[in-house]
Ligand binder design. Structure first.
Ligand SMILES: Cc1cc2nc3c(=O)[nH]c(=O)nc-3n(C[C@H](O)[C@H](O)[C@H](O)COP(=O)(O)OP(=O)(O)OC[C@H]3O[C@@H](n4cnc5c(N)ncnc54)[C@H](O)[C@@H]3O)c2cc1C
Length: 300
């Protein structure tokens, strides 16, 4: 199906983009990679009357290593992030970026567009919620910093105002002796995951868990922070027993729906298994081991 007719506008700066959003009215939308918006337009589930292209705004796709932070311009593509040398010390970001959809989607889709879309099955939300992440948002009143924990309000809904844009995603580098892992289980490359788990753990000198964040993806309207699962590990020795308790708590925290990807019970069991494995990988990485991880497919 063809998209509903629309006009096309090319913004040269974020200021111009927000001005155009104001001038072109309620039904105008920004376009970044177009990997969520264009399919919705072609199915006529979205009918913007005007598209404002932000791809020609200078420096919006930069990835910078900035002392204790890595800063991702909103237009940084999933593939740029996958290949970036600046994420070498934060392997959970590579786990996430390298498995999103297929190479075509990764070459176009952006981190800013992904977060703004707030798809409950998107990979970035769960991953970034395990790290200290904030978003620089630019609007008609200037810029504001939004903590990642406060960004999502509901499925497909964020705190962004209608004329506001994500400009930058700022990730604080994890502490020493910290390791993370993101595991997503999919039916095939070009579909969203059935369930996912993101874990970031910091160990202390005695190899016990100093701090941990565990976030579940695709099993709720937004990514779910599994706080009881974290409590099962924090300040404790990480062994089979504590990992099993954390996995059980993650299963309880999940709020999945029955759908074409599987039953709610199946997804609860799936995220518990993913959490278990992600904890194991995160701990090994925190100890300095190199471990490959990321998206996994049915039958592989
Ligand atoms: C076949 C297929 C499979 C996919 N599988 C996955 C998957 O497994 N995991 C996953 O995470 N994603 C998946 N995606 C989605 C992909 O990651 C998209 O890149 C992402 O969701 C949206 O990013 P975009 O840059 O393409 O945004 P666009 O489609 O351009 O925009 C999406 C929305 O965000 C708004 N927007 C864009 N940029 C900004 C900004 N800087 N500030 C404010 N608003 C903005 C737009 O107005 C629009 O409403 C898939 C997409 C396709 C087509």
């Amino acid at each position: 199906m063809y998209a509903h007719p629309f006009t096309y506008h090319r913004a040269q700066s974020l200021g111009e983009a927000t001005k155009l959003l104001h001038q072109l009215g309620e039904e105008s939308r920004v376009i970044a990679g177009g990997q969520s918006l264009i399919p919705l337009m072609k199915m006529r589930l979205a009918r913007p009357t005007a598209l404002i292209d932000i791809n020609f705004i200078p420096r919006l796709s930069e990835i910078k290593d900035h002392n204790s932070e890595v800063r991702f311009g909103a237009l940084a593509r999933h593939a740029d992030i996958e290949m970036s040398e600046h994420i070498a010390g934060i392997p959970i970001l590579h786990d996430c970026a390298s498995g999103i959809a297929d190479v075509q989607v990764r070459n176009q889709g952006t981190i800013g567009g992904s977060l703004a879309e707030a798809d409950p099955s998107g990979d970035w939300a769960a991953t970034l919620l395990t790290l200290e992440t904030s978003l620089v948002c630019a609007g008609p009143q200037g810029e504001r910093l939004v903590q990642m924990d406060d960004f999502f309000k509901d499925a497909y809904t964020t705190v962004l105002g209608r004329e506001e844009l994500v400009r930058e995603v700022v990730v604080t580098k994890p502490a020493k002796n910290s390791g993370g892992a993101y595991l997503a289980f999919k039916r095939s490359a070009c579909v969203y995951a059935t369930g996912s788990a993101a874990v970031q753990i910091t160990l202390d000198a005695k190899d016990t868990c100093k701090d941990v964040r565990i976030v579940l993806g695709c099993v709720g309207l937004t990514a779910i922070r599994a706080k009881q699962a974290e409590a099962e590990l924090r300040t404790k020795k990480i062994d089979e027993r504590t990992i099993a308790r954390a996995a059980d708590a993650a299963r309880e925290a999940a709020e999945p729906q029955n759908d074409m990807r599987g039953s709610a019970d199946y997804k609860r069991a799936l995220v518990a298994a993913l959490v278990k494995r992600a904890i194991g990988i995160a701990v090994r990485r925190a100890r300095g081991e190199h471990v490959e991880a990321g998206h996994e497919y049915v039958g592989r």
